[in-house]
Ligand binder design. Sequence first.
Ligand code: UGA
Length: 434
Amino acid sequence: MGLVTGVGLALLGHEVMCVDVNSTRVEELENGNSPIQEEGLEPVLAELLQRGKIRFTTSIETGIEQAEIVFIAVATPSLPDGGTDSSHAVTVARDLARLIHRYTVVAVKSTMPVETLDQLDSVLKERLIPGKQFDLVSNPEFLREGRGLRDFFRPDRIVVGSDSEPAFSVMRQVYQPLIDGSAELPEAFRTDTPIPYLETTPSTAQMIKYASNAFLATRISFINEIAGLCQRLNADVGAVVEGLGLDPRIGKAYLQPGIGFGGPCLEKDLTALVRLAQDNNYDPVLLDSVLQRNHLQLIEVQNKLINGMGPSPVGKTVAVLGLAFKEGTNDVRNSLALRLMKDLADSGATVHGHDPLAIPEAEEQFQDATYFENVYEALAGVDAAVVLNSVAEYRDLDLERVAATMKDGLLVDVRGVLNSGDVLSHGLRYDSIG
Ligand code: UGA
């Protein structure tokens, strides 16, 4: 998020200095190499570096020397009790406070409860050099990993939460080139659609972010539950989504059944919201069940594999195709594929893994599996395979080769990317979600 925001702001015409504590990452970025898979990022980064519009440093002093606005985009992971670990943000605020030397807007991009925002405000105030001034602003980010730059330039909305008119004014200037269309952007990032710009209080801004992620998660759990019912009632969930989505009040977005929502955001934010509700003596029955369905969904996929392979998974081999938390990224943080692999290995199965982008990352997180660069090698001699995402490589699998290489032939097609008739006609067994 930090890198995409930095690159995005630089492309809007601002001078950007990106600060990170990881010196290897900073060095890589100075050389134009992105540590993350983001569509279109590297060419834009190279051009901005060449024009001197973006710089990278490990020194927060250098970073804020000339800054009028500081964006905080550090991670806010979950604590074991579901609360938000705001320690990185607090550390940044501590370091920042003593360096503020002119009126500075501190804009928080990271998702955090409003109490944490208040805590940052107190930390900054405690350490501020007397006479210096700042305003803390909440500016939540809605970008999706893998297509972050596109989301930055074509946002569905920009939300700014503050209690200060001068801070609102600075933030308007930051986003003005995007809102009035005056920024010179590559074709892929341009849009003629007006961008809604919302100004509100910090707590409302943060709640818009939490509610957005919670709603997306709710849609996914909803369709996963409907998919389970479809399968039991002999209905086709793909066709149900078609029919459902034609209602403009519903639409088709985020209604793709699967293994559940993974990744670093949806589950974390939903868990934090549940925790916030409980802390405020409010029973989050709906949000709680969205999380529960997500948990059950993983078990459902696991059971399909285990039951499909026979009485016991011991001595059986399963290939897991798709290791990143979603397609198009190499991010395996909170990837349900890795949880599935661990559960399968714990139950005695041998596990093979394949992903077009994320093998090194998966290998680092989970060593109890054999990883293959070639999908057909991953499938060789296995009793069952599960397809977890819809990359073209899986969609276009050569089923004749698959049938010849798999030992038994159970294909669990979680994303519905294969044609069940084709799979069956090759002598393979087929199962899916819904
Ligand atoms: C999510 C939100 O979509 C962004 O708007 C938000 O800014 C971001 O979190 C964040 O808080 O930083 P992201 O984590 O990149 O973005 O992932 P998504 O593309 O939303 O997918 C999340 C998970 O849901 C993935 O595991 C994906 O496979 C799954 N999913 C998504 C489904 O199972 N079905 C769907 O229909 C859509």
